[in-house]
Design a protein around this ligand. Sequence first.
Ligand code: SAM
Length: 288
Amino acid sequence: MYEWHWHIEWQTPYEYHAHAIKRVIAEERSEFQRVLLVELFRFGKSLIIDGKVQSTVSDEYIYHETLVHPLLITLDNPKEVLILGGGEGATLREVLKHKSVNSAVMVDIDPVVIDFAKKYLHEWHQGSFDNPKSKLIIGDGYKFVKETNQKFDAVILDLTDPIKDSPSQLLYTVEFYKQVKGILKENGGLVTQATSPSFSLDTFSAIYNTLRNVFKYVSASIVYIPGFDSLWGFVYASDYRSPSSLTAEQVDELIKEKINGELKFYDGETHEMIFSIPKHIRVKLENE
Ligand code: SAM
């Protein structure tokens, strides 16, 4: 029969999620994590880190467009963008679609993920690593933020989940968000992936409320990602303005004005959907 990838969600260790594997493309235990690249029958080529699907070729655009565009269209012509994590290069791809961006610095801790991405994940990065506006740094995002003298219009946190003892754990803390605020230009903003409101509303709400301790405007979006078997959450934070204040018409106008090329998922109508948070989640976010 088939070989299966069993995924035990760290937030709900009482259930399995399973995908049948067509073939293993590459596998390596790095200094930081177990990196696995497979072809799944249902989702095609997929990157799995420490047993967790990070993205699949068939639906990665849902995650990456939702992570990048609501924040960047809300800011006034962001020029310098910092990405922490984002190993596949797809976040970088989406950032470079913004006409105003003239520098995108990406810091990922794991050279093995970057090596896999460059060799096998062309569909994700589409050559973005070679764009003259891109600068790739292999290093710890926490350390980078602490030590840099540079200021950014936007900081995008495309990290693995905040699992205990993982390399990303410290990048979900109030201390770290304060450091990020310190490297943002006036009217800048940040966005982070915020794990699964289905598997753990507590974690999603903790990230949202940690950011509310540091920034004036904090808003959340949620979207269903088939390859993750779950709803996924994102949190946007700024002292300037929030994407949730934009109307569908404004989003369509801003996309036309600010973005080169086609988007597959995000537009005005999608914006309204992803920023419409169901009542039980809203209550949890607001009453933490
Ligand atoms: N879509 C994803 C998800 O669902 O969790 C995140 C994708 S991306 C592959 C996550 C990246 O974060 C990995 O490439 C990993 O190496 C990187 N990472 C983890 N901790 C980091 C740190 N402290 N500094 C920089 N990059 C880090």
